[in-house]
Design a binder for this molecule. Structure first.
Ligand SMILES: C[S@@+](CC[C@H](N)C(=O)[O-])C[C@H]1O[C@@H](n2cnc3c(N)ncnc32)[C@H](O)[C@@H]1O
Length: 352
């Protein structure tokens, strides 16, 4: 933990002094190329994340691992209260010291596991954000302890957002891609060696996106990142955890009426049929175009559904397939009893 505090303090203090990234984007490096991610990619990433969080219509936010305040600086202006914590506040020094800062935006220097009801400045949050933080946690036990604690802190009907989570199901592909970038000429044996070496040296935590929800018996929604192609789009996901919401639904993909392969004879026909049916009905088994040689990217598919990026879910059963739904995200405070969802019916994946 201390090591990460030092790492981040240095990045936030000297990052752009060393010419590594634009101000506010310190520390954001493309895991595939090792170079700072382009500012345009990062601001798109920030906007897409904030849009998704806004869709939950939160009132009281707790942002754990707030970093440079990329989310806090925008969402913090729009909600009743926003409390941001991090191992280091060096990335938000300007905000912490700003005398004009709204009283509803508060900061604290602490680690995720130190949070408790008494350390919060006000009422329980209805949205807790851990965005791009979990992969720095030392191990699964630490994550389990933090999540148990944070899920307890949530107000009834609240949502815990694990954003930018590294998807372990796609990790072998990511490591292969990295290995090939470093030695494009590597033969199969050398490639295996490189992948094994990268896996050994990789200190970041990657998870099956359904694992935290299963472990804590809370309903899980897994959304694809709807972004231009980068490692952030290919290998990361957003996970929403909702305590108290029908645990029987844990293992199910969202309901959808149509199956991609039945929508037409070729890709073009399927894409245009999908756009048409997505005005009111979902589609399952959609190949993720960033990983498959055909099929739409999550970003493209978000433009097809009436609810935008909220409608692009991941399939639990095959990591390279998407599920497109027409249902908006359930706002915080509207848990199992608000009747926002269709009845769990027998329509899932039903061929036409
Ligand atoms: C990649 S930055 C993400 C910043 C921010 N959430 C965002 O999305 O822009 C990761 C941040 O997590 C913080 N962090 C890592 N481990 C933490 C922990 N155990 N408790 C609190 N913060 C932590 C780091 O200090 C760093 O600022």
């Amino acid at each position: 933990m201390d090591a990460w505090t030092t790492v981040y303090e240095e990045i936030y203090t000297d990052g752009h002094g060393r010419g590594t990234a634009a101000p506010g984007l310190e520390g954001w490096v493309d895991a595939l190329s090792g170079r700072p991610l382009p500012a345009e990619t990062m601001w798109q990433w920030r906007d897409a994340t904030v849009d998704r969080l806004r869709g939950l219509r939160p009132e009281r936010v707790l942002d754990v691992g707030a970093g440079t305040g990329m989310i806090a600086r925008v969402l913090g202006q729009e909600v009743q209260s926003y409390h941001a914590v991090d191992l280091t506040l060096a990335g938000v020094k300007d905000l912490v010291e700003d005398p004009e800062r709204p009283a509803s935006l508060t900061f604290d220097r602490c680690a995720a596991h130190e949070l408790g009801a008494r350390s919060l400045p006000g009422d329980r949050p209805d949205l807790i954000i851990l965005n791009s933080v979990v992969h720095y946690f030392p191990d699964r036990d630490y994550l389990g302890e933090v999540l148990a604690n944070l899920l307890d802190l949530l107000a009834p009907g609240g949502v815990l957002f694990l954003g930018d989570l590294r998807d372990a199901r796609r990790d072998p592909r990511r490591l292969r891609e990295r290995a090939l970038r470093s030695e494009p000429w590597a033969g199969p044996e050398r490639l295996d060696e490189l992948v094994a070496d990268l896996a050994r040296r990789d200190g970041e935590l990657a998870l099956d996106p359904w694992e935290p929800g299963d472990a804590h018996k809370v309903r899980t929604t897994v959304l694809a990142r709807c972004l231009q192609d980068s490692d952030l789009a290919r290998y990361r996901v957003d996970v929403l955890l909702r305590p108290g919401d029908d645990p029987a639904r844990l293992d199910h993909d969202p309901e959808a009426t149509h199956r991609w392969e039945n929508l037409g004879d070729d890709e073009q026909a399927r894409a245009s049929a999908a756009r048409r049916v997505l005005r009111d009905e979902g589609v399952v088994d959609v190949p993720d175009g960033l990983l498959c040689p055909f099929g739409p990217s999550a970003l493209e598919a978000a433009g097809w559904t009436p609810v935008g990026s909220a409608g692009v879910h991941m399939s639990r059963h095959s990591p390279d397939r998407l599920i497109l739904t027409t249902e908006p995200l359930i706002p915080t405070g509207h848990g199992a009893h608000a009747g926002h969802r269709k009845q769990a019916g027998d329509q899932t994946g039903k061929p036409q």
